[in-house]
Structures are given as structure tokens and as C-alpha cells.
Write a protein that binds this ligand. Structure first.
Ligand code: TSJ
Length: 628
């Protein structure tokens, strides 16, 4: 074994990470920083999965350092025989060394996770590992992948555990800004997926701490996801089982809503593209309920079989599988591929759901009867749609009367402004560049689609005019090639009512024209909040922080006017500040994380006003991120 050659290899490997960080962590922006934290936290989670760790604490320090601490067994510190290097250093400096010494039962592999903590080390200006083990405290420091010190005994310790503190390299990441809402969301999710585990997040920048602990695990998770919806029975259905080292847990809650929200996780990773655990679950659930319904005569002879989509109407569910050798597929590695999982899910669901329904036959009856009525409603809606199509308003090529279309016919360069209120709509029509900007004014409140079936939507003039103007048709009939504008801009007042209208419209886009959101065609315009004049100049400011800054940088002679709404701006002002591509600020709406989006939409749109208010308070950072 040539020690020096090994060292050179290590440095070359880690240098490669620094040259192409994107290949390892996706980006060098907020999501890349998020990956660094997740990569470290995953190690503590693995320790928790083994049952050795009860608490994980993540601290974001004022100087952008991150500390992750757990109370596990402490990383091994012994010398690795083949290389003569201590285990901490080896893990920290060798690419993909994660699974080398530890035979962790549920090690995550593939994807952007599991690249190994050496990647974090390579991309950190400074990284310190502290291990409490054998009554001692060990410590080793690194910088940009290279060790600064040997592993040293730095004192004694009570208890055991591992702490890693790192400072992401500003040479790689530039100015460091963490996305606290994503971080806190992910840690909360991890606490649900690992029932009982305490996860603490200290945000020293904002001076706040949060504790996440879900004794009920995924049962608490579905309850939270279903909050704001009416549940058909009080407690979620929970089934779990184990087969050949693979553990499966499912929690299900049927609500009176119309959407299905099934979230599938494999080894704590949100498999947004589904996979064998999800398809296995869906087909097993359908088969089981049909068999049960026939057997118990809840379904009559001449009743048709229940369809999966009818069973799943209103279902909120979590499927969590912990599997020793996961195969993650697809471009983003968020689809579970293991073929053996389908039959495992079927077996466990058959057996355990059978047991559950023996104890709770009422719940089975409620679910089956709901499915029957959902099937009837589906047929009725299909009929209504055929009628509507025959009558033509939704699918005709006649554009809505209120639409002031642009003269361009090339969708790629055309924009549709959906504007709150007739008066703002009037200003927008006068102020726009008619060559490429179309204006559609909306009158009054927008229908809350979260609480209405399709037929109601078809009756709503405002939403119908959006659908015809956009041109694509909706849901199953959505044809992206018919899209008439590649920018759909929501323009509403910069106040609470405006924010509400934005949310309602986004919900509508998300539920009925999701392809547009996914393709990044939906935007929110940001009108200014203040107009500041100092004799000769007029400046527009978009928030209180900008006004504060202006105040500190300019003294004395200026006047501040606060716009109460878009309607107060004249056409020229509206053009200059909010519509002119040279000056305007548009926020592109991104829905990468279906879970987060669904949570926002159901909670914001749900019936419980108090809950909604709490949610807005708690998630104000998330909401400004969406800029609603
Ligand atoms: F990898 C790391 F440095 F990034 C890191 C590892 C960071 C943090 C915050 C925690 C951990 C970590 C590792 N926590 N717990 C462990 N456990 C082990 O590595 C471990 C402990 C004991 C044994 C054993 O067989 O005795 C085996 C392993 C893998």
C-alpha cells in the first residue's frame, strides 16, 4: 500500500469536487447549501434508524457555520487496517466512502444524497468533527478537503455522540443565504418519518429555535396534512409490517375533499416520482377494498367494481419504506425501482388491513360507500363536461369579451396579464405594450377551487375566461401546444386581499393547469408599495426594507406616497413600475416540491380560518418565497 499515492488520489478526488460542485450537489445556490446540510444530517438519521440515537440538533450560526450534533454511538475513531488512516479522516476525505466500514442497514444510495460527507468537506472552508466515545472527546479539523490537524484526543466526555461543524466555502457558494423554510420543512418531515426522534433547529441568525418530535410518526404526519379538511372517521388507518429486512409503514386518512395526496418515501427520501412502493400500494388497496366490499355485501352484485381513482378521492396517505438496498431511478433519482417491493406491499397491506377492518368494520363501510359515491359523481361530471363541450363555452375558440388581446400571435413572446379589478385592468390596458401584452381583468372574488367540484368551476365566468384565454384546456384535456402565452402574469394589489387573490389563482393553476406551473409559465407581478419624490426624481420602492434603506441614505427633502392599490397608479406609472420588462420584477412560481405546495394550498384554502391564520404566521417566510 503506497500511502503517498493514496493521499494524492484523495486530493485529486476532492479537487474534482471543487472544480465541478454542481455534479455532486446540483447547484451552488440555496439548494446546494441545503444538500450539504442534508448530507451531514443523513448520517445522524442513519444512526437513529439503527436505534442508537434519539436526538439531532442542527444549528445555523450567525457566521453561516452549520453545526449538526447527535447523541448516537459516536463515529468510530480506530485506524483502518488497509490504509493506516483513522476512520473519521477516511470518511471525510474519501469520495463515496459512506458504506465502506459501516454496514448500515438502511444506507441511502444514489441521487444527490449519498455522495458522501467528503463532498461537504471538500466544499467547506473549515470543518470540525468532534466525537464522544470511550469516555473521550476526539477532534479533527479540515479545510477544503485537506486535514488541518490529526485526529486528537481533546479531553474526556460523558455520553456519546458526533458533532460536525462546517462553514461552506465562500469561494464556491459566494454569499451564503440559507433557505430556512426548506430546512425547517425537511427536518420536520424527518421527525415525522422517524417517529419519536427529537430534531432541534436553532436559527441563531433570527434568534429562534424549533423542536420537531412526532411520537405518532407518520400517523401524526397524515393528520397534519389533512388538517383543514373534514375527515370521514376520527383516527388514521395505520398498518405496518416487515419482510426480509424491509420495513413498511402506511398511514391513511380519507377526507371529504376531492384530491388525492399520497406521499411515498423510501429511506426517508421523498420519492416524488413514485415507484414500486406507490404502484404496489395503489393496486393492492383497490383489490383489497373490492374483495372486501363483495365479501361483506357492501357492493351489490350489479354494482360495478370500484375504480382506484374513486377509492383515492380525498385520500391523504403516507407510505414509508425502509429498505436495505434501494434502487433509485430516473433523472432526479426520486423513483423507487426495486421490483420485489410491489409484492411486499401487497402482502403486508392484505394481511394488516384485513386485521384492521376486522376491528373497525365501520371504517371499511365508510370508505367503500364514499368510493361508490365518488364513482357516481365522476360519471355525472363526465356527462356535464360533454354537455358543456357541446354548448361550447370552455372549448370554443371564441376568446372572452373582456380580454384585450395582444397583436403578436407567437406564444413564445406573448404575455397574459391577469389583473385584479376593472379599474386596474383599465390602467393596464392603456399602459401596456399591446404588441405582446394581453390584459384580462377579473371582477370580484375568484372561486376557491379547493372547495368546489368541476361543474361549479365551469359555471364561474372569471375562471372560464382564463381557461379560454390560455387556450390549453384543463386537466385530462390539457394540451400544452395550444398555449397562447408563455408568460401568465398575475397582477394584484400588494396587500392582504391581493395576496389572497394570488393564492386562489395559484390554487386554480395548480389544480387545473398544473403543466403551466411545472413548465414555469406562471408569474406574479410585484407592484411597488411606495413612490418617493425628492424634487426632481421619482423613485419606486417595493417593500418596507427598501424604504428604510432609502430613509437612511437620503435625508430630509422627500415625500413618500404609499400606494393603496394598483388602481391608484395611472397607466404610465403602472407600465414603468410593473409591466415594462426593463424595470419590472416578476416572480416565477415554482412548484418543485409537491408536498410543500399541497400543504400550502390545502391549509391556505381549507375551511378553518383560525388554522389558516396560524399557518400564515408560521410560514410567512415560505409564503414570501412564493411571493403570494
Ligand atoms: F459523517 C459525518 F461525519 F458527517 C457525521 C457522522 C456527521 C454527524 C453529525 C454524525 C455522524 C454520525 C455517525 N453519527 N453517528 C454515527 N455513527 C457511526 O458512524 C457509527 C457508530 C458506531 C458504529 C459501531 O459499529 O460501533 C458504527 C458506526 C457507523
Amino acid at each position: 500500500m503506497v500511502y503517498e499515492a493514496d493521499q494524492i488520489q484523495v486530493l485529486e478526488d476532492l479537487e474534482a469536487v471543487r472544480v465541478r460542485p454542481g455534479m455532486y450537489i446540483g447547484s451552488t445556490g440555496q439548494s446546494g447549501l441545503m444538500h450539504l446540510i442534508e448530507e451531514i444530517v443523513d448520517n445522524s438519521i442513519d444512526e437513529a434508524l439503527g436505534g442508537y440515537c434519539t436526538e439531532i440538533e442542527v444549528t445555523v450560526h450567525k457566521d453561516s457555520r452549520i453545526t449538526v450534533r447527535d447523541d448516537g454511538r459516536g463515529m468510530p475513531v480506530g485506524i483502518h487496517k488497509e490504509t493506516g488512516i483513522n476512520a473519521v479522516e477516511l470518511v471525510m476525505t474519501t469520495l463515496h466512502s459512506g458504506g465502506k466500514f459501516d454496514h448500515k442497514s438502511y444506507h441511502v444510495s444514489g441521487g444527490l444524497h449519498g455522495v458522501g460527507v467528503s463532498v461537504v468537506n471538500a466544499l467547506s472552508e473549515h470543518l470540525v468533527v468532534e466525537v464522544k466515545r470511550n469516555g473521550k472527546l476526539y477532534r479533527q479539523e479540515f479545510s477544503r478537503g485537506a486535514k488541518l490537524t490529526e485526529l486528537q484526543e481533546a479531553g474526556t466526555s460523558e455520553g456519546t455522540g458526533t458533532t460536525v461543524t462546517f462553514l461552506p466555502d465562500s469561494q464556491i457558494f459566494g454569499e451564503i443565504h440559507y433557505n430556512f423554510s426548506k430546512l425547517s420543512h425537511r427536518l420536520k418531515e424527518l421527525s415525522y418519518l422517524n417517529g419519536g426522534l427529537l430534531i432541534i433547529l436553532n436559527n441563531e441568525i433570527a434568534g429562534v429555535s424549533r423542536r420537531f418530535q412526532a411520537k405518532g410518526g407518520i400517523v401524526s404526519f397524515v393528520k397534519e396534512l389533512a388538517e383543514g379538511k373534514e375527515c370521514l372517521y376520527p383516527e388514521p388507518i395505520y398498518v405496518s409490517g416487515e419482510e426480509g429486512g424491509t420495513a413498511l409503514e402506511i398511514a391513511m386518512l380519507f377526507t371529504d375533499g376531492y384530491d388525492e395526496a399520497i406521499f411515498a418515501f423510501a429511506n426517508n427520501i421523498n420519492t416524488v416520482d413514485g415507484g414500486t412502493h406507490l404502484t404496489g400500494f395503489k393496486s393492492a388497496l383497490t383489490k383489497f377494498l373490492n374483495d372486501y366490499g363483495r365479501d361483506k355485501k357492501i357492493l351489490r352484485k350489479d354494482d360495478p367494481n370500484l375504480r382506484g381513482e374513486d377509492i383515492r378521492e380525498g385520500l391523504v396517505a403516507i407510505i414509508s419504506i425502509k429498505i436495505p438496498n434501494p434502487e433509485f431511478e430516473g433523472q432526479t433519482k426520486t423513483k423507487l425501482g426495486n421490483p420485489e417491493v410491489a409484492s411486499l406491499v401487497t402482502n403486508i397491506l392484505q394481511e394488516k388491513l384485513g386485521l384492521y377492518f376486522t376491528k373497525e368494520p365501520k371504517v371499511a363501510r365508510i370508505v367503500i360507500e364514499k368510493s361508490v359515491s365518488a364513482g357516481r359523481a365522476r360519471l355525472a361530471a363526465a356527462k356535464a363536461r360533454t354537455m358543456a363541450r357541446r354548448k361550447g363555452p370552455l372549448f370554443s375558440s371564441t376568446l372572452p369579451g373582456k380580454l384585450a388581446d395582444c397583436s403578436n400571435t407567437d406564444p413564445a413572446t406573448s404575455e397574459l396579464y391577469v389583473v385584479e379589478g376593472d379599474s386596474a385592468g383599465g390602467s393596464a390596458k392603456q399602459g401596456r405594450d399591446r404588441a405582446f401584452q394581453a390584459i384580462l381583468p377579473l371582477r370580484g372574488k375568484v372561486l376557491n377551487v379547493e372547495k368546489a367540484r368541476l361543474s361549479k368551476l365551469l359555471d364561474n365566468v372569471e375562471l372560464r375566461s382564463i381557461i379560454t384565454a390560455v387556450g390549453t384546456g384543463i386537466r385530462e384535456e390539457f394540451s400544452p401546444e395550444k398555449l397562447r402565452y408563455h408568460k401568465l402574469v398575475i397582477m394584484a394589489d400588494a396587500d392582504v386581499d391581493g395576496a389572497h387573490i394570488c393564492t386562489l389563482l395559484l390554487t386554480f393553476f395548480y389544480r387545473y393547469l398544473r403543466g403551466l406551473v411545472e413548465q414555469g409559465y406562471v408569474y406574479i407581478a410585484k407592484p411597488p408599495l411606495y413612490q418617493v419624490k425628492d424634487g426632481k426624481r421619482t423613485v419606486y420602492l417595493y417593500n418596507d426594507a427598501e424604504l428604510e434603506r432609502f430613509r437612511t441614505e437620503h435625508d430630509g427633502n422627500f415625500t413618500v406616497k404609499r400606494f393603496k392599490g394598483l388602481g391608484e397608479m395611472n397607466p404610465e406609472e403602472l407600465w414603468e413600475t410593473t409591466m415594462n420588462p426593463e424595470n419590472r420584477t416578476l416572480k416565477r412560481i415554482e412548484i418543485r416540491d409537491a408536498l410543500e405546495a399541497d400543504e400550502i394550498f390545502t391549509t391556505l384554502m381549507g375551511s378553518d380560518v383560525a388554522l389558516r391564520r396560524d399557518f400564515i404566521w408560521e410560514n410567512s417566510d415560505k409564503i414570501t418565497a412564493l411571493d403570494i
